[in-house]
Design a protein. Structure first.
Ligand code: RIB
Length: 297
């Protein structure tokens, strides 16, 4: 059973289903509202746990009703929460999400996630050192992200940096990542490159191995063994809600990394495809058995 550590955000998602996205100043009637457990870090942790990994999470929640619900949800998935802090004077993170025609728009308020600290990462050194892979994203303070990259590298543990939401990052940080897992827009942003540049060219420019997600078209990967970007086709499904597809991809990639990059990318594409067939970021995250049903023998 692979051991995965996730350093990242935990949010309550406030989801509205609408016929289309409203314009500025416009009021629309939606068809449904629900709350769902989310946050890129928590989603990736849940994706890995459902696929059978032993998962520990490093993060922060407010001491509020959302925090209690999110904590209980992660515990129910079997995730080790010893390194999830409860912050007395801050609320839990939230994300206002509009889903229209299978696409989404998201506004995140980090709240307690902004208090994830470097000290918390250092306190989890033993868990990181014992892990088979570490996952980190950009919804927490950058000093905690940097500490995670450096600590994982020092301990010789593969570290996956999912640069979402994207911002320009120092090249030295990128070179610490064992794998960078952006979409095309995120890769251009982290590199400070022109958005119009061909994504394969951007992949060649990155100072570390890259696994680039392309939604329903699947993913591309480049590492030392595949110096030219290689393609894994996506799996055809009826998309209901793409929220959390990238997180499912990352969680699965970490879990299956020990099978080699091409196999891990293939299984991550299958897991991500299954995840979009149900509502909510974590709603459609599959088990390993469900992933196997999508893969030809
Ligand atoms: O990647 C999807 C996630 O982004 C949502 O669950 C939301 O909480 C935001 O963090």
């Amino acid at each position: 059973m692979p051991r995965i550590v996730v350093v990242g955000s935990i949010n309550m998602d406030l989801v509205t289903l609408a016929p289309r996205f409203p314009g500025p100043g416009e009021t629309l009637l939606g068809s449904r509202f629900f709350t769902a457990h989310g946050g890129k870090g928590a989603n990736q942790a849940v994706a890995a746990a459902r696929l059978g990994a032993e998962v520990a999470m490093i993060g922060a929640l407010g001491r509020d009703a959302f925090g209690d619900q999110l904590h209980a949800g992660l515990a129910h998935e079997g995730i080790d929460l010893a390194h999830v802090a409860r912050i007395d004077d801050e609320g839990s993170g939230s994300a206002s999400i509009t889903v229209a025609a299978g696409e989404n728009q998201i506004i995140v308020v980090p709240a307690a996630n902004a208090r994830v600290s470097l000290a918390q990462v250092e306190a989890a050194r033993d868990a990181i050192a014992r892990a088979d892979a570490v996952l980190v994203q950009l919804e927490i303070p950058l000093d905690a992200v940097e500490a995670t990259l450096r600590l994982a590298r020092r301990e010789g543990v593969p570290v996956i940096l999912n640069p979402a939401p994207a911002q320009k990052l120092p090249a030295e940080w990128l070179s610490l990542a064992s794998y960078l897992t952006p979409n095309q827009h995120e890769l251009a942003t982290v590199l400070g490159a022109d958005e119009q540049t061909d994504f394969r060219e951007l992949m060649r420019r990155a100072p570390c191995p890259v696994v680039l997600t392309r939604g329903g078209e699947g993913a591309w990967y480049r590492d030392d063994a595949h110096p030219e970007p290689a393609h894994q086709a996506g799996f055809k499904v009826d998309a209901i809600d793409t929220t959390g597809a990238g997180d499912t991809f990352n969680g699965a990639l970490a879990v299956f990394l020990h099978e080699g990059l091409p196999a891990a990318v293939r299984k991550a594409c299958a897991a991500a495809a299954l995840s979009v067939t149900k509502l909510g970021a974590q709603g459609g995250m599959p088990s390993a058995r469900e992933v196997a049903t999508l893969l030809p023998h």
